[in-house]
Design a protein around this ligand. Sequence first.
Ligand code: UD1
Ligand code: CA
Length: 466
Amino acid sequence: MISLPNYPDLQVCVLAAGQGKRMHSSRPKVLHNVLGRAMIDHVLHTVEELTPKAIAVVTGHASDQVRAHVGQPANLEWVIQDKQLGTGHAVKQCEKVIRNVRDVLIVCGDTPLLRSKTLSDLVAAHRAGGASVTVLTAHVGNPFGYGRIKRGADGRVVSIVEEKDASDEERAIAEVSSGIYCVRHEDLFDLLHKLGNNNAQGEYYLPDIVPLALADGKSVETAGMQDCDEMLGVNNRAQLSQVEEKMQARIVHDWQMKGVTIEKPDTVRIEATVNLGTDVTIQAGCYLIGSTRIGDGCRVGPYAVLVDAWLDDDVEVFAFSHIHSANVGGDSQIGPFGRLRPGAVLGEDVHVGNFVEIKNSIIDRGSKVNHLSYIGDTDMGSYCNIGAGSITCNYDGANKHRTRIGDRVFVGSDTKLIAPVEVQSGATIGAGSIITKTVASGGLTLSERPDQRHVAGWQRPTKNKD
Ligand code: UD1
Ligand code: CA
């Protein structure tokens, strides 16, 4: 972590009132996820790293949804923009909530790749340059859709021209506005009150404060950024996946620097919310989603999917396993093709093998369920061995029932445990049993088996010849 200065005299405004028409979605744009975190949360997380005096978030379209999602952090004020009349109009709505600050930093809610260091550098450049308005700009390969930075003969910025208002000549300009501004508080609202909407979209454009400030004899500066990817705005789903890809590369790199081996990094998805220990190996095609945490020394994959999964140290998850809202104790082994569903809680050194499904069950230390089994709504003690194809019949068609299994129980293959039922510690059940009553410890319990017959002289059929 780089440490940044604090900004107790800085107000941040986050613009998030737009619908995001180009997303074609019932969800407001800023609630779309980028690697497991809503875009607005990425942006808020970033601006909070500056420890500003306060953050105002402008919402309008589906503001209830946005507010419900974000909640109410202490230094955050909600500002409503009833009609989305443009970015300048959006900032103007913040006038009443901004008090006693030196500068206002304006960012958009749809640029999740932004880094706090970049914002800190912008504020520093703004203050060092003594400007009234400082715009963060970048040179990009494809400027389509962005406001273009127009400069005069002396090379100084004169205005910002939006895509829809630009002439062919202006569209060829490769320097664009990031939409991020640092503006002296004492000047900002004077400028915003002077904004007009005589443009292609009939909107009050924030970029128009640039020529207004210059006309007032105030200075306007631009500041560049090192990594122009940071300003990528998400306006449609193609840009959403582009931004996700860039953020994924960043997250992969960060984990690699912290001691995680990631094989075929282009094939994995590791969400921003995931936590990994050291000496973890993530193999090709893994999806690590949500609040997943992986302890030191674990090995996962290939093609495992972990959603809100917690693994203690030195767990091995073999290929194609699926773990969702489950906890796995240290030194355990899952899969290949293992499935842990919500509420599976495994102790240390538990083995769950191929084509085994565990749901809402506790399995204690050293127990093994290695082949083709279903264990649901079960409390299992330590050092049990559950034979291939054994099933807890937990559902009677209306209700779920629990199965209780003590320590050191041996369950023969293809046993059905009809819940509710108890198997006491030290019990042994013979293969193929159907268990409906308490199984006592010691001895052998097995249900009646059909007789085995022998048909002497029987011949295997042979294939008909046509
Ligand atoms: C905007 C800038 C453009 C810049 C680009 C960078 C303007 C007019 N254009 O264009 O110069 O290059 O960002 O990504 O500022 N919003 C509101 N209320 C409104 C309108 C928009 O809150 O009335 C919010 C949106 O929710 C969004 C942000 O402002 O988060 C930017 O709006 P958007 O429509 O995405 O602007 P762009 O066309 O990307
Ligand atoms: Ca945008």
